[in-house]
Design a protein around this ligand. Structure first.
Ligand code: FES
Length: 164
């Protein structure tokens, strides 16, 4: 039974049984964990935004090799976009059987480039830059430098891509 008193706290304490207290504690613990996860989810993009270009470059060069599991099944004429460290990259299986991998970050202003299989070229939609899909050479448009090539090793389990 609920005992009548002047304070709400006392009423609460008497009204709730031990099971309800545990439920409340579990709820508060879960809310705390959810709050931390939410804070981390908000803080990470802010950290990424504020990170200096030097930090970003160090982070990007820290990764030297990526294994793309099952990528050996990529049919000729197809491309696979993947992350090499923090940056997007391309793995192209050309019609002639050659495997080529390179960074997908345009050397003009950093947009992500795309492989166009019909034209067998790499195109940057931001300002119309074009690159050679075999060498990464900047062919036309504003890009000042070629795309950086990676080493490719195809095996039965996948494709290993590493810095050249
Ligand atoms: S960012 Fe690629 S052409 Fe300008």
């Amino acid at each position: 039974m609920i005992e009548q008193t002047n304070t709400e706290a006392h009423i609460e304490a008497v009204a709730e049984g031990p099971g309800e207290r545990n439920t409340r504690r579990a709820f508060l613990a879960a809310a705390g964990v959810a709050g931390l996860a939410y804070t981390a989810a908000l803080a990470y993009p802010i950290y990424r935004y504020l990170a200096s270009p030097e930090e970003m470059a160090m982070e990007a060069t820290a990764v030297t090799e990526v294994t793309l599991k099952d990528a050996q099944k990529l049919p000729p004429g197809a491309v696979l976009m993947f992350k090499f460290g923090a940056s997007p990259a391309l793995l192209i299986h050309h019609q002639d059987g050659r495997w080529i991998s390179m960074t997908a970050v345009c050397t003009h202003l950093g947009c992500t480039v795309q492989y166009e299989p019909q034209a067998d070229r790499i195109h940057c939609a931001c300002h119309g830059g074009v690159y050679n899909a075999y060498t990464g050479a900047n062919v036309s448009g504003p890009p000042p430098r070629p795309l950086k090539l990676f080493k490719v090793a195809v095996n039965e389990a996948g494709v290993d891509v590493s810095r050249a």
